[in-house]
Ligand binder design. Structure first.
Ligand SMILES: Nc1nc2c(ncn2[C@@H]2O[C@H](COP(=O)(O)OP(=O)(O)OP(=O)(O)O)[C@@H](O)[C@H]2O)c(=O)[nH]1
Ligand SMILES: [Zn+2]
Length: 208
């Protein structure tokens, strides 16, 4: 139960329940200010509709604040054949934005769990990645949030999450290093306790 509360609190901290949204007009005015800050003229023809487009695209890019992991993972079904080995969904492509620079994080998630009687629809695991991806994130927090949600809501015997991602804030600006990849992992339950399960997870991720 504590874990469920923590999950809700972390959603609230991410702005889900606590922030007051500006009006669309105010958001568009903020984009206009950034266009001026970039050194361009927001009144030239090509930029006239840009504030409106940016605000609309933010609705989509950050739609994860409106969505609930509990709802997505809420529907499970009984595994009648008694399958209790790992279920791994790998190479789930996702986009997110770093909370430091609001620049894209582009990567892949690999998510495994050890069912305890009930299984979840595979697409729901990919949907979970998008819910957390469509928020402002660090790679560490998106990894931990996916693992916490799987663990708390599904209550499996174990969960393993690996994320491999490129950070545009490191490629396009600042240190300007293209091609570096960051890898993060979180293990829960049996995966946390048993190194052999971690090795099996890594082997399945790398070699199918
Ligand atoms: N740990 C972690 N760091 C991240 C992530 N995304 C971006 N960062 C880092 O966040 C740090 C922010 O550092 P600051 O010194 O506050 O900001 P900055 O001056 O823009 O830093 P530089 O990127 O080094 O120019 C940078 O080192 C980024 O590389 C992430 O997902 N996880
Ligand atoms: Zn960044």
């Amino acid at each position: 139960m504590d874990a469920i509360l923590n999950l809700r609190e972390s959603s609230a901290r991410q702005g889900k329940k606590t922030v007051t949204r500006p009006t669309q007009q105010e958001a568009e005015a903020a984009v206009r200010t950034l266009l001026l800050w970039a050194g361009d003229n927001p009144d030239r023809e090509g930029l006239l509709e840009t504030p409106k487009r940016v605000v609309k695209s933010y609705k989509e890019l950050f739609s994860g604040y409106e969505e609930s992991p509990e709802e997505v993972l809420g529907t499970t079904f009984e595994e009648v054949a008694g399958y209790a080995d790992p279920v791994l969904v790998k190479d789930i492509n996702f986009h997110s934005h770093c909370e430091h620079h609001m620049l894209p994080i582009i990567g892949k998630a690999h998510i495994a769990y050890l069912p305890a009687g009930r299984v979840v629809g595979l697409s729901k695991i990919a949907r979970l990645v998008d819910i957390f991806g469509r928020r402002l994130q660090t790679q560490e927090s998106i990894t931990a949030q996916i693992a916490d949600a799987m663990d708390t809501i599904l209550q499996p015997r174990g969960v393993a999450v690996m994320i491999e991602a490129d950070h545009m804030c490191m490629a396009m600006r600042g240190i300007r290093k293209q091609g570096s990849t960051t890898i993060t992992t979180t293990f829960k339950g049996t995966y946390h306790e048993d190194v052999n399960e971690q090795v099996r997870f890594m082997t399945m991720v790398r070699h199918g």
